[in-house]
Structures are given as C-alpha cells and as structure tokens.
Design a protein around this ligand. Structure first.
Ligand code: ZN
Ligand code: ZN
Length: 252
C-alpha cells in the first residue's frame, strides 16, 4: 500500500491511496487542473481512479470536484448529509455511493473503515485503509480526538493527520478576529500541534511508524514547529509535513 498527498492546507486538500491495483482519491479540494496535473506528475492517470472518497463538504476539500467529475465516470463515496450538501452545490457524478458514517466497505482487497469526527461540517468522517496486514489512517479536519477516533486509528502503521495550528501562534495572530480563532480552536474546529502530538504518542506503541502532518495553517503554524512538537520523544516515528503547493511524494 502507498499514498501520496497531492496538496494540503486551507487552500485545498487531496490525497491518493493505492493498494492491490486499486486507487482512490480522498477529497478533491485543489482545482481540477491542479488535481489532474499533480496526479499525472506522480504517475497517476486520473482515469485509473476507482473511486473518490469525501471527508466533508468544506470548499478546501471539494473545490475541484464538480469540474473533475464532468469527465470522470468514477463513483463518489460520501456520508448521506455530505452527499446532499455537495449535490446541492451543483456537483453531479456518474454515481454516488452513500455510506453511513462508521460503515466499512471494500474495493478488491482494499478495505475502508469510516469513522465519525467532530468538525463543523454536516457529517464529517475519517478513514482507515487496510490491505494485507497493512493499515493507513487519514484524519483531516477534526476539533478534538474522541475515544472513537483513537480506537479506530489504533494499529495503523502510517497516518495522515492534521496539525493545523500552534497554540501560541494562533493566540498571537492579528489577522484573524477573535470569533475565527474561537472556531478554529473549538471542539468542532481543527487540531493543534499539541493535540496531534498527543494522538501520535498514543498510537506509537501500537505500531505507528510514519506520520504525514497536513492542513498546516500558513499564518498560525510552520512545518518546523509542527514536526518538532509532534516528534517530541518519539524517535521511532518518521514525521514529515505535507505542503500546499506540491505533493509530498509517494509513501510506501
Ligand atoms: Zn473543514
Ligand atoms: Zn479543511
């Protein structure tokens, strides 16, 4: 199994997971052109995708979906409320595959477990992908780590997880009004470096070896701050930061 982050940050998010000849795109928050260009540059023919999976309906996760789906006869998987909102926004696809939050489904040996996450969207989810004894977790926009999230992610070998902001940098930020800061740091907003560090520390003893930090705020975080906060005393875990303007390269 391998995965690649096509781009991550508040200007757009998308990643591809591949295993056993199956390829799925998770979120389509870059422009359709960027998605296509970055997939092609990474050796992925968009026509070879087996499915698109959505985490939630925010623009930075679906921005390129409407245009991309015009020429791509690929099913889009989403929770009922997410699909309803995205369809209402004018996205039409060859087929919608609606699944209940928490449901498990599979594509030829690549199994996907969805799980509910607390975020200010209608019905957001995270995913765990499993293929031949290997597991990869994807946890994007999330306000806090629930017991369920930690349980679902226990045992993953690799993890993409949001590390949105540094507490001190968010506090000191002068561009954002107080209400926006409140939303970001609320229990239905985004994960701070410290929250992500606590989750990684909890998952490390259960086999977590590689972590890609994503959705870093341009103003209220930086890759060095995020990586060092999460690395802490965890010499056993390899940590990199995904970037907004380029892919992170394939990770096996
Ligand atoms: Zn969001
Ligand atoms: Zn987001």
């Amino acid at each position: 199994m391998r995965f690649i982050v096509l781009g991550s940050g508040s200007a757009g998010n998308a990643a591809v997971v591949e295993a056993g000849g199956i390829r799925v795109l998770i979120d389509a928050g870059l422009s359709a052109k960027q998605l296509t260009d970055r997939m092609k540059a990474s050796g992925i023919d968009p026509a070879s995708l087996n499915a698109v999976l959505l985490t939630h309906e925010h623009g930075d996760h679906i921005r390129g979906l409407r245009v991309m789906m015009k020429n791509l006869p690929v099913p889009v998987y989403a929770t009922p409320s997410t699909a309803m909102v995205v369809r209402g926004g004018g996205v039409d696809t060859a087929s919608w595959k609606i699944f209940e939050s928490g449901a498990q489904f599979s594509f030829n040996g690549l199994s996907v477990q969805s799980f509910a996450v607390p975020h200010d969207a209608v019905e957001p989810v995270g995913y765990v992908f499993r293929h031949e004894e290997r597991a990869f977790g994807l946890l994007s926009d999330t306000g806090h780590v629930t017991k369920l999230i930690a349980e679902r992610l226990r045992g993953v070998h690799a993890l993409f997880v949001e590390a949105n902001y540094d507490d001190a940098l968010l506090e000191a930020d002068t561009k954002r009004p107080w209400s926006t800061k409140q939303r970001i740091s609320s229990r239905h907003g985004h994960l701070s470096n410290a929250q992500t560090a606590a989750l990684v520390a909890e998952l490390a003893p259960a086999g977590l070896r590689r972590v890609v930090l994503g959705h870093l705020s341009r103003d209220c975080n930086c890759p060095i701050t995020a990586a060092s906060a999460v690395r802490g005393a965890l010499a056993s875990v390899e940590i990199v930061c995904a970037e907004q303007d380029r892919t992170c390269g394939w990770w096996e």
